[in-house]
Ligand binder design. Structure first.
Ligand code: GLN
Length: 244
C-alpha cells in the first residue's frame, strides 16, 4: 500500500515537473577551447567570454546547457549531424557557412591579425614571398591566407594547419613558422601572455554569431531573444569588462 502510494506520488510529481517546465531543456553547445579570451582551458575547465555569454542566454531563456570541446572544423559538421545543438566558438558569420547553418544576430566584431615572435624584427613582409605561416584549420584566417596570399602566389612558403591556435602559436614560439594569422582579439590575448606580438591588422570586418542547424528556427529564436536580453541588460557590459 505504502509502495503504491509512493509510486502514484512519484508519477504525479514527474508529470508536474514536466508540465511546470521545471525540467528544462538541455542543449549541447560545441566550442573549440583554444581561442582566448572567448573559450580556453583554465585549471582543467573551459572558461571565457562565449562560455559566460551562453550561460547568460540560457538563464534568460530558461534552458540548460552542456559543453563539448572539439576541433573548430568539426563544429559545423557536428551541428549538421545533430551531435551538437549550438555552436559558441567566436565563429564568424560568413555567406558560405550561412548556406549550411543558421546564425544568430552578431555579438562581436573582429578583423584578422598577424602575430610574429617578439623582438624577431619581423613585420608584415612575413606575408609575402618565401615565408612560413601557421593557421587554425577551417578558420577565416586560414581562408584569408589561402585566397589572398597563396592562390595569387604572393606567399610561396609553407602554411601549416593546426587543430587549435594554441598549437599554431607554440609553433611560432618554437621558430618553426614566422607568423600566425588569427582574429584580432585573440591575437591581442596571445600577445599579452606569450613572447609574440601583433604587427599587422588585416581589415576583414567580421562579426561573430552563435550557430544552430539549418532550419532550427525554434532554437534560433530562443538564442536571439536571449542575446537581446543580455545586450539590453548590464550583463553584456559586465562580460566585456571581465574578459577584455
Ligand atoms: N572567427 C574565426 C572563424 O570563424 C575563428 C574562430 C575560431 O578559431 N574559434 O573562422
Amino acid at each position: 500500500m505504502f509502495k503504491k502510494t509512493f509510486l502514484v506520488l512519484l508519477a504525479v510529481s514527474v508529470v508536474f515537473l514536466f508540465s511546470s517546465g521545471v525540467m528544462a531543456e538541455t542543449y549541447v553547445v560545441g566550442t573549440s577551447a583554444g581561442f582566448p579570451p572567448f573559450e580556453y582551458i583554465e585549471d582543467g575547465e573551459i572558461v571565457g567570454f562565449d562560455i559566460d555569454l551562453m550561460e547568460a542566454i540560457a538563464e534568460a531563456q530558461g534552458f540548460e546547457i552542456e559543453w563539448t570541446d572539439i576541433s573548430f572544423d568539426s563544429l559545423i559538421p557536428g551541428l549538421n549531424a545533430g551531435t551538437i545543438d549550438i555552436v559558441a566558438a567566436g565563429m564568424t558569420i560568413t555567406d558560405e557557412r550561412a548556406q549550411v547553418v543558421d546564425f544568430t544576430d552578431p555579438y562581436f566584431s573582429a578583423n584578422q591579425a598577424l602575430l610574429v615572435r617578439e623582438d624577431s624584427g619581423m613585420n608584415v613582409t612575413v606575408l609575402f614571398g618565401d615565408h612560413n605561416l601557421a593557421v587554425q584549420t577551417g578558420t577565416t584566417g586560414d581562408l584569408w591566407v589561402e585566397e589572398n596570399l597563396q592562390d595569387p602566389g604572393i606567399l610561396t612558403g609553407r602554411v601549416t594547419h593546426f587543430d587549435t591556435f594554441v598549437l599554431a602559436v607554440q609553433d611560432l614560439i618554437a621558430e618553426r613558422v614566422e607568423g600566425v594569422v588569427l582574429d584580432t582579439p585573440v591575437a591581442r590575448r596571445y600577445a599579452a601572455d606569450n613572447p609574440v606580438e601583433m604587427v599587422a591588422e588585416l581589415v576583414t570586418g567580421e562579426e561573430y554569431g552563435l550557430a544552430v542547424a539549418s532550419g532550427n528556427t525554434e532554437l534560433l529564436e530562443k538564442l536571439n531573444a536571449g542575446l537581446q536580453e543580455v545586450k539590453d541588460s548590464s550583463v553584456m557590459d559586465e562580460l566585456l569588462e571581465k574578459h577584455f
